[in-house]
Design a binder for this molecule. Structure first.
Ligand SMILES: Nc1nc2c(ncn2[C@@H]2O[C@H](COP(=O)(O)OP(=O)(O)O)[C@@H](O)[C@H]2O)c(=O)[nH]1
Ligand SMILES: [Mg+2]
Length: 283
């Protein structure tokens, strides 16, 4: 279990620079609702980056209208050429957020499954401790998932979590959670720009790198709501990748990321896939 220490809150804490990255693919009905709820929070330094993959339902255009209404200072839109998956959209949005000077970065679904109202609490936990990542968790005490989440999805999520927990032993209950608040320094430490996976495995790979880097991860309970509008983009391909990636991480882990775990105090390095140096670390 991560042991965390209390630290002094920055003053004033509500105006810290925090950017929420919202990946969208066909979320025309949900986007205006979540954007309004986020910008209504008592967090004056909160900005939104929408990363849209050229949604056929016109979500990209709706995002532009919202950005014009709320102003550039609060919201911007990244138009990506086509559907490349959740992980690609997150890497794009998160990399831009860090580069633009965000101190904290949030990842959450745009379909209102992750309640915007949890954010001040998650930020409070991050700021008042020396933790690096706060997960909005479905599988800790007091957390819950929607009753109307299909039994198939509940089983899939339960199975995926157990499989990853047993295989990788990261000490995280909700290891496939998509609702997380990161310190930007943590995203730089794990070199988010070099993450290659998508879907659930994107979440697992991020946790794996964070854990191997020795970053402190805390889970706070949330109620996970099923989307009421639009459709899930979960595909068989995403599920297969999600099954394979944790195994590859485990298999390679002793080479690729364990270099981070130097106990002799020497500088830590992250070996990147295919010898790449990422955009973020090139700065
Ligand atoms: N930009 C982008 N967003 C995506 C893609 N696939 C899913 N999303 C978004 O990722 C979030 C989670 O997707 P969702 O379909 O709700 O997955 P589920 O909750 O696991 O069923 C939603 O905000 C989707 O719009 C994609 O290929 N590109
Ligand atoms: Mg969803």
């Amino acid at each position: 279990m991560t042991s965390v220490q209390a630290v002094d809150l920055p003053d004033p804490w509500r105006s810290v620079a925090i950017t929420v990255v919202l990946p969208t693919y066909n979320e025309a009905a949900n986007l205006p609702v979540i954007v309004a709820a986020l910008l209504d929070l008592p967090l004056t330094g909160l900005r939104i980056i929408v990363a849209d993959d050229n949604s056929p339902d016109g979500t990209g255009g709706i995002a532009e209208e919202l950005a014009a209404r709320y102003g550039e200072g609060r919201m911007s839109v990244v138009h990506r050429p086509g559907k490349q998956g959740l992980g690609r959209a997150y890497v794009d949005g998160m990399t831009r957020a860090v580069r633009a000077g965000a101190e904290f970065v949030v990842q959450m679904d745009s379909d209102l499954s992750h309640g915007p109202g949890y954010l001040p609490q998650m930020l409070g936990v991050l700021l008042s401790t020396d933790s690096d990542v706060v997960i909005g968790s479905r599988y800790v005490v007091c957390a819950s998932v929607a009753r109307d989440w299909s039994w198939r999805r509940k089983m899939l999520s339960g199975f995926a979590n157990t499989y990853v927990r047993v295989l990788l032993r990261l000490g995280i209950r909700d290891v496939t959670a998509g609702f997380k608040l990161w310190r930007s320094s943590a995203l730089q430490a794990i070199d988010v720009a070099s993450i290659r996976s998508n879907g659930y495995s994107f979440q697992v790979e991020m946790n794996y790198r964070a854990s191997k880097r020795g970053l402190k991860i805390i889970e706070v309970p949330i109620h996970f709501t099923e989307r009421s509008k639009g459709e899930s983009k979960m595909t068989l391909r995403v599920q297969l990748e999600s099954a394979l990636m944790p195994f590859l991480l485990w298999y390679r882990g002793h080479g690729a990321v364990n270099q981070d775990q130097m106990s002799d105090g020497s500088p830590r390095t992250t070996r990147l896939p295919r010898g790449e140096r990422s955009e973020l670390n090139r700065r």
